[in-house]
Design a protein around this ligand. Structure first.
Ligand SMILES: [Zn+2]
Length: 98
């Protein structure tokens, strides 16, 4: 078994390091806007368990704001869905009229 740092013999085949990991920002309500370092293969391939928070836990006010942002996002998503449905109906009606 290899003991070289940076090598990982787990099922994903690698372990990210501070050099290869990727900086991301959490969008979950509990950690909204909190920066962290994560696996460079996240959503691409098998990801390793590398994970480090950079920022301190989100403060109480930050968590309150996260809920407001989440509500606003949900509202905008539903408005977008309605607009898309309206556009599809209009396009369909125009196609049937010709
Ligand atoms: Zn990784």
């Amino acid at each position: 078994m290899s003991s070289l740092s940076g090598n990982y013999s787990g099922s994903c085949g690698h372990l990210c390091t501070y050099e290869t990991c990727v900086l991301r920002i959490s969008l979950t309500v509990d950690n909204f806007g909190r920066r962290f370092l994560g696996c460079s293969q996240y959503k691409i391939g098998p990801k390793c368990p590398f994970f480090r928070w950079i920022d301190n836990p989100t403060c109480v006010r930050g968590n309150e704001a996260a809920h407001l942002v989440q509500q606003k996002l949900d509202l905008l998503r539903s408005k977008l869905q309605l607009a898309c449905e309206r556009e599809r109906e209009t396009t369909q009606a125009a196609a049937e009229a010709t």
